[in-house]
Design a protein. Structure first.
Length: 559
């Protein structure tokens, strides 16, 4: 029986003296080589397990991804093709991601809620000429196909339909006809493998470039500081289009020879039954997920589950009762797709440190600075800066946006735009976002992008989007609108938004006002809007109070 890694932080520092991680030479951290290693050492071990009962061993994963790659090549995919992937959590979606990396192509994971201008931006910026998608999203692709000149091929999973506006539509189910033979691959660890999009906190979403090795190293603290290894099963309930699901989950489990259990989506009522059925030992919960699990009525068997670790963000104030009820440990960390997951709250952290994001792991340095980039004393809030101690620990930058790279990387440090402080013991305490973002149910939402969508309404003259505190989640999206049209009302605006925007971005609160507060530089003072709304919440239009427009998922916790 395989055991979990027992590598400790001191040993870890020695083992990553610049060229090695665990028993890997950094230069061997490519998808083709890592998967080949696991096929040699544990071919019959289950790598993929789904809540629907599917299983695939490492050997079967290798053969399936060979078939996908050879099938793609038979249809003309070339080594420099960028392939977007717009799929719900599934074995097919994960196999597609693995196949793209294994073939040395560039994968572009896309949030399945993306549509309209946002989806257009993702595809155009990333230079995606192919897209693999679940069939239900064919309509979203068809809507914008004419605005994406490079989009040539759409591959659908689940139903064979034609997508107008593109040269051809293929059926992903045909991958099984591809050859199982190994194919030539000369990918290097430094080659571009994925482009993941940021939340767009200071403008339109940026495409973060991940080279092959960084897809395995992005959350290396899971191994070094949380003792996760080959005996673990990671439960993917967050989207595989996110770094947490794809890199912290699926790819990290492959690197250590573990198992990835996949749920289509998070369900509070099914979570523990699915964890037991899949043997899940570790997962990541974002936003209000911990609260949703707590809201499920307790039973005598709550602690009878295989889960030993849950990484929670944000860390709940009720951590002690949660741990006792479910018989596990809650951990946490700090990271961002632009750079890395670079801190970890130790499993044995003392009670007074719970709520922090832990300490920087051995591969990274963290510095807190003032507005002039000068270091501040412990306990003083400032901007969090990061840098790697070893090669290939940071991103390759932003795709086709060198000016954004120069802005973020100043004075030899990566500027996160986030505020926090390091205490006297070296624990990082996250305070908030300097960036203009809204965090709703685990999704970072760009205020700028919300404003861009709302401003498309012909009767909207000015708009400001900002977060308001929610009952169950971190934030809810609120907008203040200036209009001179008597025809514009809140329900009509929200119906317009529902047609144009991903559902998670659609505002909940609408505030119609004669003017927006501005400073001397004519920048909107959103903090004044937040203050006014908090003091006058009853005067806001609330989507949840309109039976025809409320989100069905908000009637009760998911599941």
């Amino acid at each position: 029986m395989e055991t979990r890694s027992k590598l400790k932080q001191g040993d870890f520092m020695t083992s990553i003296s610049g060229t090695h991680w665990l028993d890997y030479d950094i230069r061997d951290l490519t998808m083709s080589k890592v998967l080949a290693k696991q096929v040699r050492e544990r071919p019959d071990k289950i790598y993929i397990r789904t809540t629907g009962g599917e299983t695939m061993t490492y050997a079967e994963t290798d053969v399936a991804t060979n078939r996908i790659v050879n099938w793609l090549r038979s249809h003309g995919v070339s080594d420099d093709t960028h392939v977007a992937v717009m799929m719900e959590n599934s074995s097919a979606g994960l196999l597609t991601m693995i196949a793209l990396a294994k073939a040395g192509l560039v994968g572009v994971p896309i949030n399945v809620n993306a549509r309209g201008p946002q989806l257009t931006h993702y595809l155009n910026l990333s230079d995606a000429s192919w897209i693999v998608a679940d069939a239900p999203f064919a309509g979203q692709i068809a809507e914008i196909a004419g605005e994406v000149p490079k989009l040539d091929t759409v591959i659908l999973w689940g139903e064979s339909v034609t997508v107008p506006g593109v040269r051809r539509t293929l059926d992903l189910a045909e991958w099984r006809s591809g050859s199982a033979a190994p194919f030539e691959n000369d990918s290097r660890h430094s080659d571009l493998a994925f482009i993941l999009f940021t939340s767009g906190t200071t403008g339109l979403s940026k495409g973060v470039m991940f080279n092959q090795s960084r897809t395995f190293l992005w959350d290396e603290g899971v191994v070094s500081d949380l003792d996760v290894g080959g005996g673990d099963t990671y439960f993917a309930v967050t989207p595989l289009s996110h770094a947490s699901g794809l890199f912290s989950g699926a790819f990290m489990m492959m690197a250590v020879g573990g198992t990835i259990a996949i749920a289509p989506r998070f369900s509070a009522s099914r979570f523990w039954d699915e964890a037991r059925a899949t043997g899940a030992t570790f997962t990541t919960l974002l936003g209000a997920m911990v609260g949703f699990l707590e809201s499920v009525p307790p039973t005598d068997g709550d602690a009878d589950n295989p889960m030993r670790l849950i990484s929670a963000g944000p860390y709940p104030a009720t951590w002690q009762s949660f741990e006792e009820r479910f018989g596990l440990k809650l951990v946490s960390g700090y990271g961002l797709s632009d750079h890395s997951s670079c801190t970890k709250l130790p499993i044995d952290a003392p009670p007074e440190k719970r709520g922090s994001a832990g300490k920087p792991i051995a591969s990274y340095e963290m510095l807190i600075v003032d507005e002039e980039d000068m270091p501040v004393a412990p306990g003083v809030i400032g901007e969090c800066l990061l840098r790697g101690r070893f090669p290939w620990r940071a991103s390759m930058g932003y795709y086709k946006q060198p000016e954004a790279v120069l802005e973020a990387r100043r004075n030899e440090w990566f500027h996160t735009g986030d505020s926090g402080y390091l205490d006297a013991d070296g624990y990082f305490w996250y305070v908030g976002r300097k960036k203009d973002a809204i965090r709703r149910r685990g999704e970072n939402i760009s205020s700028f992008e919300v404003e861009q969508f709302v401003a498309m309404h012909p009767d909207v003259e000015q708009v400001a989007a900002y977060p308001l505190a929610a009952e169950l989640s971190e934030d809810e999206v609120a907008v203040s609108i200036v209009t001179t049209s008597a025809a514009l009302d809140a329900p009509g605006l929200i119906r317009f938004c529902i047609e144009k925007m991903p559902d998670y971005m659609v505002p909940r609160f609408v505030h119609l006002t004669a003017e927006l507060p501005r400073n001397l530089n004519q920048r909107v003072e959103k903090f004044r809007l937040v203050q006014w709304c908090n003091e006058n919440r009853a005067e806001l239009w609330d989507r949840e109070e309109d039976p025809a427009l409320r989100r069905r998922a908000r009637a009760k916790p998911p599941g």
